[in-house]
Design a protein around this ligand. Structure first.
Ligand SMILES: Cc1ncc(COP(=O)(O)O)c(C=O)c1O
Length: 466
């Protein structure tokens, strides 16, 4: 147990939680008879719950966030010192850490130029959507307002981002949604038959999958389409990397039809995919907007960024005599200095501890371990991902690829928990397809941590499926 975890009597905390807290993404009926899990402390890759039980966290705070691990004193100190000096002023003015982090971030993003601060991934995406709409009015006579989003991708929990949400089970009962968001098909090779592209593979499949986007643009009318919003590697929709050939063709299509490319790096950003700072940098993409949140400060402070190019920025200052001709938007907490102060230190840690390299190495190890499990357990139909951002899709039958039920996938997660390891699973996402186990350990993971995680999965699969 961690050294500072001494107060074992948390009965009052549990009672207060059960009486008054509404947890995210959870059905609360079971809490009438059971206690919710309360995470009390964390250090490195480990967390401790209200019973003092130690867990190895293979999902960085459940939702791929705490990239540098728990208990980083230097981030806490940087935030403390910044907040004592200047905690908040609306971002209509500047702040010292906001300027310094923007400079450092842009240094990692050749081609990009401007950082708009906000406080959640959803909000960062909405800022880009608003810019696309305003550009449509300023430059295209109000016509290019449509925003394309992809099946299985997720961009947030607000109504506009859900309007761009490719996960039907997440969206169910929350409509009607905002107009002019249009879905394009996914590019998942494992289930390519569903796209009518079962006869293709590799690069040919990737190009054909991208061409499905072109079909939508032509159907809608290119003069009405302002932007295309994509995750570089789909996260909650099943941990899906695009096939070879996909991204170059996507870029070509965007250029041909004058469609802005918005890459949602909320999960992939700041090292999660290894080697590069951002997922899109693996594929030679030149985006017009990049949004990021979770790993930007590893959860030590709430910060999200909408980053764009100087060309987009210029569109918002070309006529200063027009009172409508600038981005008339504010995010109150985008002015909190704790976010960029934490983000600066978070980035320093990743650089000084070579965590991009460690992420690649440990990601390769985890991928090899998962592939070995796939050999052993027929229930693993597919293993995929990049860096320390991996998924294992569970199927009842490898030929038909019939998914295991969500209940069975959840059972595996619970069984892994019996071995002291927290993993994730796609949930309430794609109807009938919530069957992918998710792994996103912190970028500090050691070989021993990785082996412990996959050993627990091995044992759990044996227990559940034999
Ligand atoms: C790819 C992606 N984009 C956006 C979001 C929304 O971020 P937030 O929950 O900070 O609003 C998420 C959250 O999981 C995400 O996975």
């Amino acid at each position: 147990m961690s050294g500072t975890f001494t107060d074992n009597d948390l009965s009052h905390v549990i009672a207060a939680d059960k009486a008054h807290v509404w947890h995210h993404l959870v059905q609360h009926k079971p809490f009438e008879t059971n206690d919710p899990r309360i995470i009390v402390e964390g250090k490195g890759m480990r967390v401790w719950d209200q019973n003092g039980k130690e867990w190895l966290d293979a999902v960085s705070g459940a939702v791929w966030t705490v990239n540098v691990g728990y208990g980083r004193e230097s981030i806490c100190k940087a935030v403390y010192e910044q907040m004592m000096k200047m905690c908040y002023f609306a971002q209509a003015a500047g702040s010292v850490p906001a300027a310094l982090f923007a400079e450092k971030l842009i240094d990692k993003m050749p081609g990009m130029s401007r950082v708009y601060y906000t406080n959640s991934g959803s909000e960062a995406n909405e800022k880009a959507f608003k810019m696309v709409r305003q550009i449509a009015h300023k430059k295209y006579g109000g016509k290019k307002t449509k925003i394309l989003y992809r099946d299985r991708d997720y961009h947030g929990g607000t109504l506009a981002t859900m309007s761009a949400g490719g996960q039907d089970e997440r969206n169910a009962q929350y409509g009607p949604f905002a107009p002019d968001f249009v879905r394009v098909p996914h590019c998942m090779e494992y289930r390519k038959e569903e796209l009518g592209l079962g006869h293709l593979s590799g690069e040919a499949f990737g190009i054909a999958a991208a061409n499905l986007i072109e079909e939508v643009i032509l159907r809608e009318g290119p003069e009405t389409v302002g932007a295309l919003c994509l995750e570089p590697v789909t996260a909650g929709g099943g941990v899906i990397e695009a096939p070879e050939g996909y991204w170059p063709r996507v870029q070509e299509i965007c250029k041909q039809y004058d469609v802005l490319l918005h890459i949602d790096e909320v999960v992939c950003g700041i090292g999660r995919t290894g080697t590069h700072w951002f997922g899109y940098q693996h594929y030679g993409i030149k985006p017009d907007f990049v949004t990021m949140a979770k790993g930007v400060a590893s959860g030590y402070a709430a910060i999200a960024c909408m980053v764009t190019t100087e060309a987009v920025f210029d569109l918002f200052k070309d006529d200063s005599s027009d009172p409508l001709n600038y981005f008339r938007d504010i995010s109150t907490f985008g002015g909190c200095t704790a976010g960029p102060a934490a983000a600066l230190e978070n980035m320093r840690i990743i650089e000084d501890e070579n965590l991009l390299e460690n992420c690649t190495l440990m990601g390769e190890r985890m991928m090899a371990n998962l592939r070995a499990l796939q050999e052993k357990h027929p229930v693993i139909g597919d293993v995929r991902g990049k860096g320390l951002f991996l998924g294992a899709e569970l199927v009842q039958d490898r030929d038909s690829k019939e998914p295991v039920s969500e209940a069975m996938a959840q059972k595996v997660v619970a069984e892994v928990g019996n071995h002291g390891v927290i993993i994730g699973v796609t949930n309430r996402s794609i109807p009938g397809r919530n069957n992918t186990l998710c792994f996103s350990p912190a970028l500090i993971a050691t070989a021993d941590d990785i082996d412990k995680i996959t050993d627990a999965v091995d044992k759990a699969l044996t227990t559940v499926f034999g």
